[in-house]
Ligand binder design. Structure first.
Ligand code: SAH
Length: 211
């Protein structure tokens, strides 16, 4: 695959990506802009790639499945935990539009700087340097929360910061192998669906793994 358009066509052909507004969001977000220059030639392959400080930008198919599970809508307020390269954040920013608001939290300073620079052009995104396992109580509640690092369990703070009817997408399991979960808040209670096995870097923090 030699272009972003071909990558999106591939994601659709495999049914990773289905919702028309999300197809448009992926088409507007050029993955090559978010990977390290050393890996730019591989940007349109469906594979995770290294970013900085031993962290990774997820495979496009995983970003697609997670975004489909989150179902971001125009005007919504969303929280992302794990800014990393900023690629997933950029896709969400396109999906929620100028009236939406995305808060994306990163706890590694080199990646916080990287993401802030990559996302500077998005007026609806705020990159925050903090432990995202605690959520962002000042900005809660959120229509949706997406965690792009693996957690030992669903952090209570994140479920609490979800609106009624809100969607939380989070890998839960061991340090390097997890199940991707969709947790919906229905009548104040979690309704959980397991989507697929994934291998994310660990969520490090108060309600995550130890460093
Ligand atoms: N969404 C990113 C992928 C991120 S990889 C992308 O599209 O590229 C996971 C990221 O989570 C890493 O950058 C890691 O530093 C970050 N992370 C791990 N624990 C965290 C925590 N407690 N709070 C915020 N970020 C965290």
């Amino acid at each position: 695959m030699g272009s972003n358009r071909e990558l999106v066509a591939f994601l659709r052909s495999q049914a990773w990506l289905k919702t028309p507004s999300l197809v448009t969001a992926f088409e507007k977000t050029d993955r090559a802009k978010f990977v390290s220059p050393a890996y730019a030639e591989h940007a349109y392959l469906d594979t995770p790639l290294p970013t900085l400080a031993g962290q990774t930008v997820s495979a496009p198919s995983v970003v697609a499945v997670m975004t489909e599970a989150l179902q971001p809508q125009l005007g919504q307020k969303i929280l992302e935990v794990g800014s990393g390269s900023g690629y997933q954040a950029a896709v969400i920013a396109e999906a929620i539009g100028p009236k939406g608001r995305l808060y994306t939290v990163e706890n590694v300073s080199a990646l916080f700087d990287f993401a802030r620079q990559k996302l500077a052009a998005y007026n609806n995104v705020e990159v925050v340097y903090a432990d995202g396992s605690r959520g962002l109580p000042d900005k809660a509640p959120f229509d949706g929360i997406i965690v792009t690092a693996g957690a030992p369990s669903v952090p209570k703070a994140l479920f609490d910061q979800l609106k009624e009817g809100g969607r939380l997408v989070i890998p839960v399991g061991q340090r390097y192998f997890q199940d991707l979960l969709l947790v919906q808040k229905i009548d104040g209670k979690p309704v959980t669906e397991s989507l697929l096995p994934v291998a994310f870097v660990p969520l490090i923090g108060k309600q995550g793994f130890k460093p």
